[in-house]
Design a protein around this ligand. Structure first.
Ligand code: FES
Length: 65
């Protein structure tokens, strides 16, 4: 269930949810970029994907930089 207090859930440029990225089993930003493109356009999703790879979170409330 989506948490409305944590509205950041996907790479917008490539329309790919962090949940899908986590379930892909890929372990690095480079692997995700290669397979899905995420982080390679505007790059705003990169800090969230980095956090996801460490913590397993797929929904975020705050702006990470
Ligand atoms: S939101 Fe992921 S590259 Fe723009």
């Amino acid at each position: 269930m989506n948490d409305p207090t944590k509205p950041i859930r996907k790479c917008v440029c490539f329309d790919t949810s962090f949940k899908d990225l986590r379930q892909s089993g890929l372990r690095t930003v480079e692997e995700i970029a290669k397979q899905y493109g995420c982080t390679t356009n505007c790059g705003l999703c990169k800090p969230y994907i980095e956090r996801m790879l460490v913590s397993g979170e797929t929904e975020f409330a705050v702006e990470l930089t």
